[in-house]
Design a protein around this ligand. Structure first.
Ligand SMILES: C[S@@+](CC[C@H](N)C(=O)[O-])C[C@H]1O[C@@H](n2cnc3c(N)ncnc32)[C@H](O)[C@@H]1O
Length: 281
């Protein structure tokens, strides 16, 4: 296990967030005094960290820890989504049974810390989960069947949650092969069927059909380029959930989305992150 690290001024924080957004192995800490940050990226191979060093400078060192997933993502209490869902990092059946007993009637999603973004604790993921709960209950009230397209699926948490909330089937895509493997594992762990996981770059991907619900937790610059594809994959009366947008990038992102005919009904800001719900106008 290897780590690349670099110290830089606090004014570069957002630029680092942008560069490593969605990378579950990147850690950005504000140092004491609040004037500087330490950016670290953990990797399995020396080559990965050397590639980053070549691009950004900084230093590289070898770590002795074996259980580095647990080191990057420490154990934390389960996350509650509205009164409908619990997301836990625990993978065993006993933990599931305990949570079912403690929170009767709620869906339990198990996403252990791994080499993919999306254990539920990042604001961008939990906002998507909240929106998904709301959309699912609207669709249920209207007696509508639905399916889910999850673009930039990471751990697969959103597609898995959507199936538990009533989606008939799902397609989850990520360009990172490690994320695809982890998402497949999580689909099995959560006893889900009818979720296809695929490796694809959203920016080169062409949808072969439309979906009632599309969720895309991708950085704003990716979203802005992907809106035409996203719109093409969304049913006329479908629901879109987007996340991963830094507050200062929201106006530009909103404008790009509106140019493609999207109309926003809810915009949620948590900390520096914006998530939003839209439909086709
Ligand atoms: C912030 S994570 C979101 C993970 C999960 N959906 C969640 O909400 O927690 C973004 C994911 O999108 C993937 N990603 C980024 N750009 C992409 C692209 N152009 N095509 C496909 N996947 C992409 C990353 O590999 C990462 O797994």
């Amino acid at each position: 296990m290897w780590v690349w690290s670099k110290l830089s001024g606090i004014q570069w924080m957002d630029a680092w967030e942008e560069r490593f957004y969605g990378n579950p192995n990147a850690v950005i800490n504000v140092l004491k005094g609040g004037k500087s940050t330490r950016v670290e990226v953990y990797a399995e191979t020396e080559q990965e960290v050397l590639d980053i060093q070549k691009q950004f400078g900084g230093s590289v060192r070898k770590l002795v820890h074996k259980n580095w997933a647990a080191m990057v993502e420490p154990d934390r209490p389960p996350i509650k989504i509205r009164s409908k869902m619990i997301v836990t990092q625990k993978r065993d059946a006993e933990a599931r049974a305990e949570l079912e007993k403690e929170f009767p009637g709620r869906h339990i999603v198990q996403i252990p810390a791994d080499m993919a973004f999306g254990t539920g604790d990042h604001a961008t993921t939990s906002n998507c989960l909240r929106f998904l709960v709301d959309v699912a209950s609207e669709l249920k009230k209207n007696g509508q069947r639905w399916d889910i397209l999850d673009l930039g699926c990471g751990s697969g948490v959103l597609a898995i949650a959507a199936r538990m909330l009533g989606a008939d089937s799902g397609l989850a895509l990520d360009f990172d092969p490690a994320a695809v493997t982890v998402a497949q594992r999580n689909v099995e762990l959560n006893g889900q069927k009818f979720i296809d996981i695929g490796q694809a770059d959203v920016l080169n991907w062409e949808p072969s059909r439309k979906y009632r619900v599309v969720v895309a937790n991708l950085f704003s610059t990716v979203l802005q380029q992907a809106f035409p594809t996203i719109v093409e994959s969304l049913e006329d009366d479908g629901y879109l959930i987007i996340s991963g947008i830094l507050k200062e990038q929201w106006p530009e992102t909103q404008e790009c989305a509106e140019e493609e005919g999207l109309v926003f009904s809810d915009v949620l800001t948590r900390g520096k992150w914006v998530s939003a719900r839209a439909r086709l106008g």
